[in-house]
Design a protein around this ligand. Structure first.
Ligand SMILES: [Zn+2]
Length: 398
């Protein structure tokens, strides 16, 4: 096996130059000129690697390599769009490393049994139409009216969306290599993150009702101060989250105090509670506990956003672990706090996500950086995992 790390680094740096502005970073937002230029660059790499390329109606690029047997496709990939002023590794790594894996596999003379498809998703970042839009269309997950009006603004129709859907019957699995975008692996000196899942998100509109009154003539023992209750509720909630779970996070990032006068006791507060965890049932336990305690004192919550948690395929995780062990790298199980195309792909075919360390955990930023040796390790694990799955498929068939 011979991952050519210099060749891969060169591809990453070259793609990273497309849309790059000094001091700002790389900008290749979906449907922009630089995005199309970047996609063209990747398309040429795919063709040079002997892949048959295709671009669907919503802009996902795929590269297909026939297998020796008529088996289901092993897919690998990520996205090639970026945020405004992003880094050069987020997304690009998963696509370019997959291309390098195929090149290395061919050079090693390995004849793949399964067809292999590399997917470069469009609009993962979501600032143009919606988060993970490309993979959403790929699996045919659907769109709402807000997304539809944004699609129309890009000249896309409902039919374009439906035409981009693939059949899950044709796929064996999906593998995504990605930078961690957090500092856990680097901090702990671990080479590879075997991702077990992506956190789900619940957001609640919260209201606390008190009684507004004169700030001078109302003694402390006769007050029903909505803001004071709010502070207690938030503190209790944060404490409960810390005690209950190592993985759950809770954020209150907005707070509206009414009527909002310096000499009036607050009568009402409104704020948003955002909770994330790999197990949203645990979030419900915490919310229920706080609500039960405080509901008679004027605390109300209403769920308004729910994005379910994603679980990676356990069999694939085992194969990634074995591959990592075989090469001699260290690994740990890790949970992703950030969303990825894998959230869609996991609903479509067994899917797994491999992380490599991000320096200082910085991402979506010009400072985003992963070391060459870590990229090498990630690509080697992806290669080994692909081969294991390809061989295992044949064993199952015999
Ligand atoms: Zn990404």
């Amino acid at each position: 096996m011979s991952i050519n790390i210099n060749r891969l680094m060169n591809d990453i740096n070259e793609l990273g130059k497309i849309g790059y502005v000094d001091g700002i970073g790389t900008t290749r937002q979906a449907y922009s000129k630089s995005f199309y230029e970047g996609r063209k660059f990747v398309e040429v790499l795919m063709k040079n690697a002997g892949l048959k390329t295709n671009i669907d109606k919503i802009g996902n690029l795929t590269g297909y390599l026939e297998g020796r047997c008529n088996e289901k496709i092993i897919a690998m990939g990520s996205h090639i769009d970026t945020v405004l002023g992003g880094g050069i590794f987020d997304g690009a790594l998963g696509v370019l490393a997959a291309i390098e894996v195929v090149r290395a596999m061919k050079e090693a003379g390995y004849k793949n049994s399964h067809p292999i498809e590399i997917i470069a998703f469009n609009e993962e970042e979501g600032n143009v139409i919606g988060g993970t839009f490309g993979s959403n269309a790929f699996i045919g997950a659907g769109f709402d009216s807000v997304m539809l009006s944004k699609m129309t603004a890009q000249g896309l129709t409902k039919e374009d969306f439906y035409d981009s859907k693939r059949s899950s019957d044709n796929y064996r699995c999906y593998l995504e290599l990605h930078v961690e975008q957090g500092g856990c692996l680097e901090n702990q000196g671990v080479d590879i993150g075997v991702v077990s899942g992506i956190v789900g998100i619940l957001r609640y509109k919260a209201t606390v009702i008190g009684k507004s009154n004169h700030s001078g003539s109302t003694p402390m023992n006769l007050r029903d101060d909505a803001l004071e209750k709010t502070c207690r509720i938030i503190s209790e909630m944060m404490e409960a989250v810390r005690t209950f779970s190592d993985t759950m996070v809770c954020t209150v990032g907005t707070l509206k105090v009414m009527p909002g006068e310096v000499n009036v006791i607050p009568g009402t507060t409104e704020f948003i509670i955002e909770m994330r965890d790999v197990n949203l049932d645990n979030v419900l336990i915490i919310i229920d506990k706080i609500q039960t305690k405080w509901c008679e004192r004027g605390f109300f919550v209403e769920e308004y956003i729910k994005q379910g948690e994603t679980f990676c395929d356990e069999k694939l995780m085992k194969i990634i672990e074995n591959s990592t062990r075989k090469i001699g790298y260290s690994f740990k199980h890790i949970i992703s706090g950030a969303g990825h195309d894998l959230m869609n792909m996991a609903k479509f075919t067994p899917s797994s996500l491999i992380f490599i360390p991000s320096h200082m955990g910085i991402s979506h930023n010009i400072m985003e950086f992963s070391k060459k040796e870590d990229i090498f390790k990630g690509a080697r694990v992806l290669y080994e995992t692909l081969i294991q799955i390809d061989k295992e498929g044949r064993i199952n068939e015999n």
